[in-house]
Design a protein around this ligand. Structure first.
Ligand code: ATP
Length: 267
């Protein structure tokens, strides 16, 4: 079943085109990531999916309905989201859980469980948490009610590698539970680790596919690593055989990384 469907979406700010003729379908249980340069229109697109903006032209449907009618099924971490500083972490996640329809007891016990899992002391005031922990509180607040659709706009900005991996684990657990997840990020390894499908977007959709498919599309080039010296060579697919036969060093051959694909698409 399609959870989000966009058909011919254009979003203009005055004369500026932020989204240009965007169409896609995201199915139940998929983890989809949008990648693209700064100003490429990702946040604008996310805000239309969670109903904060409406398309200038075209339409977006969430579970077949107008997004603003489906908010109770969504958990959102907006790009500029800020937690309520005066609450404790536990009060924060409990309150957000109750707003989304959980009973106080459910919100409180699930909130505590998630805070423990993410290594946050429930009794600490949000104001006194580190920037990374504040982001974790926002993420937990968005997912505490177990929404069917989770939208995260650059949720791991500013997190250290360990915290980022904790968030990945949380998201992968949600995916295992069958949730549909939409992410934007500038971290390629994050997209590679988590996504079933990736959209490269710069106003319009430039390319789409699973990590494996995207790498396949760019497999006219290989990267050859000289294991003796660490030197790297970019070799065309049709020349790789000859190149390796001529090489008198130990080598490793690999497909381009997502980052290399990104650089080739957007440079
Ligand atoms: N409220 C607004 N009014 C006018 N222009 C806007 C508004 N919001 C965004 N824009 C412009 O629309 C374009 C797309 O911005 P958007 O924030 O959607 O991109 P993005 O891909 O999310 O960027 P980033 O990766 O930097 O977060 C940019 O040129 C931005 O300046």
């Amino acid at each position: 079943m399609s959870v989000v469907e966009a058909k011919g979406v254009w979003k203009m700010y005055g004369k500026l085109v932020a989204n240009q003729d965007i169409s896609f379908e995201i199915n139940e249980g998929e983890f989809v990531t949008f990648l693209g340069p700064n100003g490429g229109g990702k946040t604008t697109l996310m805000r239309q999916i969670y109903g904060e903006l409406t398309p200038t032209k075209g339409e977006i449907k969430v579970m077949g309905k107008r997004p603003s009618k489906m908010l109770k099924f969504m958990g959102v971490v907006p790009q500029e989201g800020k937690p309520l500083d005066s609450l404790t972490a536990w009060e924060h996640v409990t309150l957000l859980g109750m707003i989304k329809g959980l009973s106080r007891a459910e919100a409180s016990s699930r909130g505590k469980e998630l805070l423990d899992k993410m290594g946050i002391n429930p009794k600490t005031r949000v104001d006194d948490l580190s920037g990374g922990s504040k982001r974790k509180v926002l993420i937990i607040s968005a997912i505490i009610s177990e929404p069917k659709l989770v939208i995260l706009d650059e949720p791991t900005v500013g997190l250290d590698p360990e915290a980022r991996r904790e968030v990945w684990k949380l998201l992968l657990d949600m995916k295992k539970d069958g949730k549909t997840i939409i992410l934007t990020t500038h971290y390629m390894e994050e997209a590679e680790e988590l996504s079933d499908r990736i959209y490269f977007v710069n106003k319009r959709i430039m390319m789409e596919g699973s990590v494996r498919e995207l790498k396949g599309k760019f497999s006219e080039y290989y990267e050859v690593l000289n294991l003796d010296t660490g030197e790297k060579y970019i070799v065309k697919g049709e020349e790789i055989r000859d190149f390796l036969q001529r090489s008198n060093f130990r080598f490793e051959v690999r497909l381009p990384s997502l980052e290399e694909i990104y650089m080739r698409l957007f440079q």
